[in-house]
Design a binder for this molecule. Structure first.
Ligand code: BJW
Ligand code: ZN
Length: 250
């Protein structure tokens, strides 16, 4: 049996399926990954710019990166990978998507059981954490007329509503993701390099609790040696192939 058929068979028999997604899932939508050759902006690494220290030091520079990414995402559309995952969450009970991406393409593809681990690029909040601006709010303005944008409540600068390196993930969100990893029968890790924690640890939680673990990625990653099955291929091709395989065996 080929890798694809093995994956289909596991998915067909699974009660609960949890899928962790990363930047590779949005690559076919034209959104650069973080660590790929095309993933650099002004030769800046995510580990350098996606930090509270970088923002504190030069908020305008960090916002220029976000403003540029927001403009790329605004022009992008969900691809076949988002479409399949969105449909699985709607049509099959027990399917949960855990997204590391902040681009909102899973939502645009209609994903219902969706956990957003790293926040949303379309949300902002007050950097001074004033009482009215403490919670995230939606701001879809692209490009921003002023960088950095200012808090409408107190006039301080605002920050993107995402999780940076060194910042804790929302406790409730992480607890939900951990539970989804621990309670599933099949755990898929798709389009992520599996280097950023705690997201990269979820596959271990899943495996530890007895899930069958599958990776979908054109390249080997930090998770490849740990998973039960590594399907080498692109998310936008492999997920539709799995979907067709499942439909034909219903
Ligand atoms: C395709 C494809 C196609 C291409 N189809 N595939 C344990 C060990 C070591 C370090 C740590 C640890 N625990 C915590 C840390 C520190 C740190 C960390 O993990 N550092 C590592 C780099 C070593 N983690 C944190 O700081 C986290 N916070 C935390 O742990 O807090 C603890 C704390 C507690 C109490 C108080 C204070 C702190 C936070 C991490 C936040 C990550 N944020 C970012 C930015 C989000 C906002 C934004 O987008 O701007 O999240 S960084 C960036 O990396 C982004 C991504 O979601 C994340 C993961 O990247 P991803 O998705 O894997 O992308 P790539 O580019 O790496 O990979 C793409 C993959 O796609 C590749 O494999 C390709 O082959 C593949 N691909 N085309 C399928 N068509
Ligand atoms: Zn404020």
């Amino acid at each position: 049996m080929g890798d694809l058929d093995r994956a289909i068979e596991r998915l067909r028999r699974a009660g609960r399926i949890t899928i962790l997604t990363g930047a590779g899932v949005s690559a076919a939508s034209g959104i650069p990954t973080f660590r790929g050759d095309d993933g650099l902006w002004k030769k800046v690494r995510a580990e350098t710019i996606a930090t509270p220290e970088a923002f504190q030091h030069d908020p305008k520079f960090v916002w220029e990166w976000y403003d540029w990414r927001r403009s790329v995402i605004l022009d992008a559309k969900p691809n076949a990978a988002h479409d399949v995952l969105g449909r699985w969450t709607r049509e099959r009970a027990g399917v949960t998507v855990i997204a590391q991406n902040v681009d909102g393409l899973h939502e645009r593809a209609g994903a219902e059981r969706l956990i957003r681990l790293h926040g949303s690029i379309w949300h902002v909040r007050c950097w001074a954490r004033c009482s009215a601006g403490r919670e995230d709010w939606l701001d879809r303005t692209v490009p921003q007329p002023r960088l950095p944008p200012l808090c409408p409540h107190c006039g301080a600068i605002v920050r993107p509503g995402v999780v940076w390196f060194g910042e804790p993930l929302d406790r409730g969100v992480l607890a939900e993701a951990t539970l989804a990893a621990e309670e599933c029968d099949v755990f898929l890790t798709v389009g992520t390099s599996s280097v950023v924690y705690p997201a990269a640890g979820l596959v271990h939680h899943a495996k530890h609790q007895g899930a069958f673990t599958i990776e979908i990625n054109p390249d080997a990653t930090e998770a490849s040696a740990q998973v039960d099955l590594a399907v080498r291929g692109k998310a936008e091709e492999v997920l539709p192939a799995l979907d067709r395989g499942l439909l034909s065996r219903e």
